[in-house]
Design a protein around this ligand. Structure first.
Ligand SMILES: Nc1nc2c(ncn2[C@@H]2O[C@H](COP(=O)(O)OP(=O)(O)OP(=O)(O)O)[C@@H](O)[C@H]2O)c(=O)[nH]1
Ligand SMILES: [Mg+2]
Ligand SMILES: [Zn+2]
Length: 310
């Protein structure tokens, strides 16, 4: 039988097929075949499984993936690839306007990884009801910046009537996924956007203004129109996986028109003389915030290479 993986919790995978939803395990061979990744089968994967007598299944095959969204695993498995979702039509970076406040460094990392992996990506600024004067200047600056680069930016609120209506039209078709820090409202959005969805949500910590990591596993939820939207656990950080420092600037889309205009053709816009990108940052034609993200990522990518021994 064939199906799509909706949920993975430890060693069990929930697979949706035309005949129903089945709880499956996987054959050990997957672990060997994909030893660089921490998780061989992920949500969004198309699989072939065999049904056991007790109506559980064993996943035998995985179809080739159209794409996947990955990050660098943290903690014990640091340096390995952690795949978040496969066959994704659009990944939505969810941020909240306040509690917790937006984190452009996080956004930029996901944008780079998405460009590297050919995953279409957009940005959701949630908790629009919390917009105040202090937040407005910063949030609108970044909203316009990302829009000008070419990314969809959508404002939402789960606390006002119709607060998700700008986002819902995007989600009818294909596989979408929400990713972002804990507490920004990913699960709350899904509960509103998809009828009969009751995902656990959690209050923000009074002391840190951050979420408490309420969602603990990734899952895809079916949209009545036919698409899927994925909820994922809040991320503390988003580490780049396998990004070549010499190529990093190719994934800053607004730098592309200026490729080859620095003195050195392989300029990393770091310490090289006569750098056209740096000149445009200094003149205010390119965003200083994006350039700072670029420099931070460049340093991390250079270290990352050492980390994995290449
Ligand atoms: N004011 C306001 N609060 C919101 C909004 N959306 C969600 N919240 C609140 O934010 C808190 C966190 O929401 P969750 O949906 O659990 O956040 P999450 O992103 O799923 O968090 P993790 O599962 O921990 O990654 C809850 O107290 C929600 O009620 C919003 O639009 N406005
Ligand atoms: Mg959640
Ligand atoms: Zn340069």
């Amino acid at each position: 039988m064939k199906g799509i993986v909706l949920r993975s919790t430890g060693s069990r995978y929930e697979v949706l097929s035309p005949e129903g939803t089945y709880s499956c395990t996987i054959r050990g061979k997957f672990r060997l075949a994909d030893e660089d990744a921490t998780n061989p089968i992920v949500i969004g994967d198309q699989v072939v499984f065999q049904l056991n007598d007790d109506q559980t299944g064993i996943i035998e095959e995985r179809s080739p993936r159209a794409n996947k969204l990955s990050r660098r695993a943290a903690g014990r498995r640091q340096g390995k690839e952690h795949i978040i979702v496969a066959n994704v039509d659009k990944a939505w970076i969810v941020q909240s306007i306040r509690n917790p406040r937006i984190n452009p460094g996080f956004i930029d990392r996901v944008l780079v990884m998405a460009e590297v992996l050919h995953v279409p990506v957009g940005i959701v600024f949630n908790k629009a009801d919390l917009m105040d004067e202090a937040a407005e200047e910063v949030v609108m600056y970044f909203a316009e910046l990302y829009q000008s680069i070419g990314y969809d930016v959508v404002f939402t609120s789960t606390k006002v009537d119709g607060g998700t209506s700008d986002l819902s039209p995007y989600l009818a078709q294909g596989i979408h996924v929400f990713i972002g820090p804990s507490g920004v409202g990913k699960s709350s959005l899904l509960n509103l956007l998809i009828p009969n969805t009751v995902l656990k949500t959690g209050a923000i910590s009074e002391s840190t203004q951050k979420g408490k990591h309420t969602t603990t596993y990734a899952e895809l939820i079916q949209v009545p129109e036919g698409g899927f939207v994925g909820d994922t656990p809040g991320l503390r950080e988003f580490g780049l996986y396998e990004v070549d420092p010499d190529e990093l600037s190719h994934y800053f889309m607004e730098y592309r028109p200026y490729m080859g205009m620095c003195r050195f053709p392989n300029c990393t816009h770091d310490h090289e003389p006569d750098c056209h990108i740096k000149a445009l940052v200094e003149s205010g034609d390119l965003s200083i915030e994006r350039f700072e993200s670029y420099q931070n990522m460049l340093a991390a990518a250079r270290l990352g290479k050492l980390d994995v021994g290449r």
